[in-house]
Design a protein around this ligand. Structure first.
Ligand code: FES
Ligand code: FES
Length: 163
């Protein structure tokens, strides 16, 4: 094993870490920083439960090495909870029954917030009445699986925030 020194910025806070160079961002967040809001589902890039934002873009944190994130700002569900967009999405999930067991929910919320920002950047002025269709929302969130099948509630929540 080779260990590395790493400075990581997570939710606006700097952390100095000494880690095995093979540690994933997901394990770093959960096991070294105590940020357990980010969930481990498959640990191989298939389910989206571990979604976090890296410089505002969605990533599966199980597929990223912590060592790759030294110059980036990492935002987890804990960080999003203190942003207006994150709070609005969380409330919409609650209002629309967008969860059952809740295991996939942090990843769904991170993904949905970033997806709307991506969409707005791609298609300015299109978020709203005539913008994002239900089919597009489903397509753009297809990387986030929900084994409870709460997809209709998730869709309703994202649609509510998009409009
Ligand atoms: S835990 Fe990362 S994609 Fe499933
Ligand atoms: S709410 Fe249970 S996995 Fe999605």
């Amino acid at each position: 094993m080779s260990s590395i020194q790493l400075r990581l910025s997570v939710n606006g806070r700097e952390h100095e870490l000494e880690l095995d160079s093979r540690v994933s961002l997901l394990d770093c967040l959960r096991e070294h920083l105590g940020l357990t809001g980010t969930k481990k589902g498959c640990d191989q890039g298939a389910c989206g439960a571990c979604t976090v934002l890296l410089d505002g873009e969605r990533v599966n944190s199980c597929l990223v090495l912590a060592a790759q994130c030294a110059d980036a700002e990492v935002t987890t569900i804990e960080g999003l909870a203190s942003s207006e967009a994150g709070r609005a999405m969380q409330k919409a999930f609650v209002r629309n029954d967008g969860l059952q067991c809740g295991y996939c929910t942090p990843g769904q919320v991170c993904s949905a917030v970033a997806m709307l920002a991506e969409y707005e950047a791609e298609v300015p002025s299109a978020v709203g009445e005539a913008g994002l269709t239900d089919a597009e929302i489903r397509e753009r969130l297809a990387g986030n699986l929900c084994r409870c099948g709460a997809y209709n509630g998730i869709l309703a929540a994202v649609r509510e925030v998009a409009r």
